[in-house]
Ligand binder design. Structure first.
Ligand code: 5RP
Length: 243
């Protein structure tokens, strides 16, 4: 028999969900009464928002939160978390988010599989402490080994940006992300995402600089020198990685 049956997949999914819960629970312990908090996006961040909402309710925690996507904002609002903005909270005490890949040594991240990289980077850069929550499959020795690098671009002229990413920057491919029906996916900021496959990334800093220099690129999913701590959940519990 080829492929994987649903019986094979389900215990693995259960284990991953459990890892997400453990990392999320560990992260929300950092949150104290009165804090301004950045809320990430994606499935792990969503589990974290649930855990945080439970603390808000059960412990009467008074926090204000800036979400990194419409979906996270909606979830937080529905669960009774007070939302804020950068007028009220120009600096956040903490931001908590997931990631697609974490470089084991430098803690540089690839983010953006959920399409929220731009707001995620703005929020993370406004936070005194940026906590990343992942399961151990996401820790890598070379960035770009599990996931393409998402690059957010303005819709007009995206084909020109795609050409430059391949011819000048060295991407092997730079496909626009699409919806199930084939339409090009649009971010919450109404931009497109080009998912770029590179050879394993050896110099993230120069790659990030070169990508950012292309006119029409809004931002990319490399998060360099931003991570304060990574909480990694796996079979043996939650481990902490710091630079
Ligand atoms: C969204 C992100 C997510 O944090 C990242 O994709 C991880 O998501 P998940 O927890 O669902 O694996 O960067 O833009």
């Amino acid at each position: 028999m080829t492929g994987t049956s649903s019986e094979d997949i389900s215990p693995q999914r259960d284990a991953q969900l459990q890892f997400k819960r453990e990392a999320a629970q560990a992260a929300v312990k950092y949150i104290e009464d009165g804090m301004a908090v950045g809320l990430g996006s994606g499935t792990t961040a969503s589990v974290m928002i649930d855990a945080l909402a439970a603390r808000v309710k059960n412990e009467n925690l008074r926090i204000r939160a800036i979400p990194t996507s419409e979906a996270s904002g909606e979830q937080a609002r529905r669960l009774g978390i007070t939302l804020s903005d950068f007028v009220q909270d120009p600096i956040l005490d903490i931001a908590i988010d997931g990631a697609d890949e974490v470089d084991r040594k430098s803690l540089t991240l690839i983010k953006g599989r959920g399409g929220a990289l731009l707001r995620e980077k703005i929020v993370a850069s406004a936070a005194r402490k940026f906590i990343v929550i992942v399961d151990d499959r996401k820790i890598v020795d070379s960035l770009g080994s599990r996931m393409p690098l998402p690059i957010e671009v303005i819709p007009w002229g995206w084909e020109r940006i795609q050409t430059l990413l391949i011819s000048k920057i060295g991407a092997r491919t730079a496909h626009p992300r699409t919806e199930k029906d084939g339409r090009i996916y649009q971010t919450d900021n109404h931009n497109f995402i080009l998912d770029c496959v590179f050879d394993p990334i050896t110099d993230a800093t120069s790659l990030a600089r070169d990508i950012a220099a292309i006119t029409g690129v809004v931002d990319h999913g490399l998060f360099i020198d931003m991570t304060s701590e990574v909480l990694v959940a796996g079979q043996n519990g939650v481990a902490s990685l710091r630079r």
